[in-house]
Design a protein. Structure first.
Length: 641
C-alpha cells in the first residue's frame, strides 16, 4: 500500500500530508499497517483538501482511485465497498454512525474517523460540523412563526411592491422573511436580492412601530462583498432612513473571529446581540465558518441568507448554500406556508404539488432579471451556461445581436491584445485622476479573471505581464514594490488594521507620501504600505477571488487544456461578474467543457435536507453531466487560488 500512496504523491494525486495523516491513523489504531485503513485515511484527508467533507467509498468503487497513467495499474485495485466497510469498522480508530442526524449532546465521538450508513468516511471534526449544521437548520425550520401585525404587514408590502398579475417573488421573499425566523433568498445578478433585503428591512421596521431600536447586522464573507452590500443598500430608495448608516462587515469582524484560531467573541453561549442578521454572498461560506456563524445567531433573531446557489462553492470544504437549496431551480412552497402567506400577507401563491423538503418553505428563488433590456446579452448567456446548453451559449457569443459578448482563441497574442485594448487604457486613465476615491471607482471598470492562479495564463502570470506592459508604455513607474497606481488585494485577515481577506485598495502618491487607500465608511482611509497584511497585486485575479465583485467589463481566461477546474460554476461565476461586456479567451473544447460539466462536492447535508436529491446527483455523475469525485485531480498549481 505504501508504494501506491508514494506513487500517488509523486504524480500529484495525493499530498505528502495525506500520507502523514494515514501514518498517524495507523499508529493510533495500533495493529500495524492495514492497507484498507491507510488508503481510506489518506483519501479522506485528500478529498477534504479538494472541498469534499468526506471520502465516498462507493464513488471510489465506481470510478476508481487514481487516474494518472504513471501509477502502476497492478496497485490500483479497489476493495469492494462491502469488504472495505467491514475492514474499517473492525478498527478502533473508526466509529460507525447509523443515523442521518445525531444529537451531539447525547452522542460521544470517540474515534478520529467516522463512517456513516452511506459509506462516507469523515474526519470526525467535519462529521461534527455537518451534524451541527443539520441540527441548527432543523431548529430554524421547526421554530414557530413570530407574531406579526398582519394588517401592517399587508399594507407595507403593498407600499414597497407594485401589484402584478404574476407572482412577485421579491414580495414573497419579503413576506417569508417577515413571517419566518429563517429565510434564504437566492438568485443570479440583477434578480433583486439587495432590493428585496431593503424591502425586508422596511417591512420589519414598520412591524417594529417604526422605532429605531431594531438591531440589524449586515455581513459578508469578504471585505469586497461587504462594501458592495453596503453601497447597494444605501442607494436603495425603499431602505428606511433609520438604517442608512448601517455598514456591512466581514463575517470574521461580526463574529469577533481571531485569525488562526477557532474561538470567537460570539457563539452559542454568547449569541450576537441582533434582532436581524443578514448575510450576503452565502455561497462563499465554507462549512466550518457557516456552522460557527449560525451557532452564534440567537434563537430569538431572524436570519436571512442571500446568495447565488449556482456560483462557485467556497474555496474551503463544503458547498453549504447549494446543499441547503438542493437541486431545485424555482420556489416550491408547501400548502402550509402558502396558506400562511394568504392569511398574514394577502399573497396568493400556488403550492407545489409534491414538496420535496420542509426546508423548501424557507427558500425563495429570484429568477427574473431586473436589469433594463439586457441589451448586452449577459443575463441570457448566464442562463444558458447555468442550464448546461453549449449550443445556446456559443450562439450568444457568435450572434451579431450581442457585440458585448465575444470569444477569442486561447493564445498569448490574444491575451496581450486584450490587455492593450482594455486594461492599459483603464489604468492610464486611473493614474491621471486627482484623488484616490476616483481611482478606486476606476478599478471597477475592467478586470481580468483567470481560472488558474499559476502559469503564464494564470492570475500571477497575467499580473506580471500587465505590469510589464504598463511600465513599457510609461503608464506606471514600478521601480519598487510599491508604486503609484498599484492595485492591491488583501489576502489575509488583520483585525488590528480592519482589513480582511478580499479587501481591495490602490497605492497612491499624495505629495511625498505613498499610501494604500481603501474604501471606508466615509470616503477612503489610508494605510502605510509597511502596515499592510499579506496582499498581492491584482490587474488580474482568479475567478474564486472575484466573487462578491462586479465590473463593467470582464476578460475571462480559461486554461488551454483540460482541467478539473473547468466547470459550469466557474464560467457562470466569471460571466456574472460583468455588467456590460464579457470576453472569454478559450479554445472551443475547453469552453464546451466548462459549460457542460457541473461540479458536485461530496457532502452528507444534501441527502438529509432533500431526500432523493443525493441519488439524483449520483445519476448525474454517472451520466457525465457532473464532474465525478474521481474523474481527475487538480494539481496543486491549479488549486492555489
Amino acid at each position: 500500500m505504501s508504494n501506491l500512496l508514494t506513487q500517488a504523491v509523486s504524480v500529484g494525486e495525493l499530498r505528502p500530508f495525506d500520507i502523514q495523516f494515514a501514518e498517524y491513523i495507523t499508529a493510533a489504531n495500533g495493529d500495524g499497517e492495514i492497507a484498507e485503513l491507510s488508503l481510506a485515511a489518506a483519501l479522506a484527508s485528500y478529498r477534504l483538501s479538494l472541498g469534499d467533507t468526506s471520502f465516498a467509498i462507493d464513488n471510489a468503487a465506481h470510478f476508481g482511485l487514481f487516474s494518472h497513467p504513471d501509477i502502476d495499474a497492478s496497485l490500483r485495485e479497489v476493495p469492494t465497498p462491502g469488504s472495505w466497510r467491514e475492514v474499517l469498522l473492525a478498527q478502533s480508530v473508526v466509529q460507525e454512525v447509523a443515523e442521518d442526524i445525531v444529537d451531539l449532546t447525547d452522542h460521544e465521538v470517540e474515534a478520529p474517523l467516522i463512517l456513516d450508513k452511506h459509506n462516507r468516511l469523515y474526519l470526525s471534526r467535519y462529521w461534527q460540523f455537518e451534524q451541527s449544521l443539520l441540527s441548527i437548520l432543523q431548529s430554524w425550520v421547526d421554530a414557530p412563526s413570530p407574531e406579526v401585525d398582519t394588517t401592517l404587514l399587508t399594507q407595507q408590502l403593498k407600499l414597497v411592491f407594485n401589484n402584478s398579475t404574476e407572482t412577485d417573488w421579491q414580495k414573497v421573499a419579503a413576506a417569508v422573511a417577515a413571517i419566518k425566523k429563517f429565510c434564504v433568498i437566492t438568485g443570479g445578478p440583477g434578480t433583486g436580492k439587495t432590493y428585496t433585503v431593503a424591502a425586508v428591512l422596511s417591512v420589519l421596521h414598520s412591524l417594529n412601530g417604526n422605532q429605531a431600536d431594531m438591531k440589524v447586522a449586515l455581513a459578508a464573507p469578504t471585505g469586497k462583498a461587504a462594501a458592495r452590500l453596503t453601497e447597494s443598500l444605501q442607494s436603495s430608495q425603499v431602505l428606511p432612513d433609520a438604517y442608512r448608516c448601517l455598514e456591512a462587515v466581514t463575517l470574521h469582524r461580526l463574529m469577533g473571529l481571531i485569525p488562526g484560531k477557532t474561538t470567537s467573541r460570539f457563539h452559542a453561549e454568547n449569541p450576537l446581540p441582533h434582532d436581524v442578521v443578514i448575510i450576503d454572498e452565502a455561497s462563499m461560506i465554507d462549512l466550518p465558518l457557516m456552522v460557527r456563524t449560525l451557532s452564534a445567531v440567537s434563537e430569538d433573531s431572524r436570519l436571512i441568507l442571500l446568495g447565488d446557489k449556482d456560483q462557485l462553492a467556497s474555496v474551503e470544504s463544503g458547498m453549504v448554500l447549494a446543499d441547503i437549496c438542493g437541486m431545485q431551480t424555482r420556489t416550491q412552497l408547501s400548502s402550509r406556508i402558502t396558506d400562511e402567506l394568504r392569511a398574514k400577507a394577502d399573497i396568493d401563491v400556488v403550492p407545489a404539488a409534491n414538496p420535496k423538503s420542509p426546508v423548501a418553505d424557507h427558500i425563495i428563488y429570484l429568477n427574473k432579471s431586473h436589469r433594463a433590456d439586457d441589451q448586452s446579452g449577459i443575463a441570457g448567456l448566464s442562463e444558458a451556461i447555468n442550464s448546461g446548453d453549449v449550443d445556446a451559449s456559443l450562439e450568444y457569443f457568435s450572434s451579431d445581436q450581442y457585440p458585448a459578448l465575444q470569444t477569442l482563441d486561447h493564445s498569448m497574442q490574444n491575451i496581450d491584445q486584450m490587455l492593450l485594448e482594455h486594461v492599459l487604457p483603464c489604468y492610464q486613465s486611473l493614474v491621471s485622476v486627482s484623488e484616490p476615491e476616483s481611482a478606486l471607482e476606476k478599478m471597477k471598470e475592467v478586470c481580468v479573471l483567470c481560472a488558474l492562479k499559476r502559469g503564464r495564463s494564470g492570475a500571477d502570470g497575467i499580473n506580471q505581464r500587465a505590469r510589464a506592459m504598463l511600465q513599457e508604455q510609461q503608464i506606471i513607474t514600478a521601480d519598487s514594490a510599491n508604486y503609484h497606481g498599484k492595485p492591491v488585494l488583501v489576502t489575509e485577515n488583520n483585525a488590528a488594521q480592519k482589513l480582511f481577506n478580499g479587501d481591495y485598495g490602490i497605492s497612491w502618491q499624495c505629495g511625498k507620501d505613498l499610501k494604500v487607500y481603501f474604501p471606508g465608511e466615509s470616503g477612503v482611509r489610508a494605510i502605510a504600505p509597511s502596515r499592510l497584511p499579506r496582499h498581492e497585486t491584482f490587474y488580474a485575479m482568479t475567478v474564486h477571488k472575484s466573487q462578491g465583485s462586479e465590473y463593467d467589463s470582464v476578460i475571462v481566461i480559461l486554461p488551454d487544456s483540460d482541467s478539473p477546474l473547468l466547470t459550469r460554476e466557474l464560467l457562470y461565476t466569471a460571466v456574472t461578474r460583468a455588467r456590460k461586456k464579457v470576453t472569454v479567451i478559450a479554445n472551443t473544447e475547453q469552453l464546451a467543457q466548462a459549460i457542460t460539466v457541473r461540479s458536485q462536492r461530496q457532502s452528507g447535508i444534501l441527502g438529509v435536507l432533500w431526500p432523493g436529491a443525493e441519488r439524483a446527483a449520483e445519476s448525474a455523475v454517472e451520466s457525465g453531466a457532473v464532474e465525478p469525485a474521481f474523474s481527475g485531480t487538480p494539481t496543486q498549481t491549479e488549486l492555489d487560488f
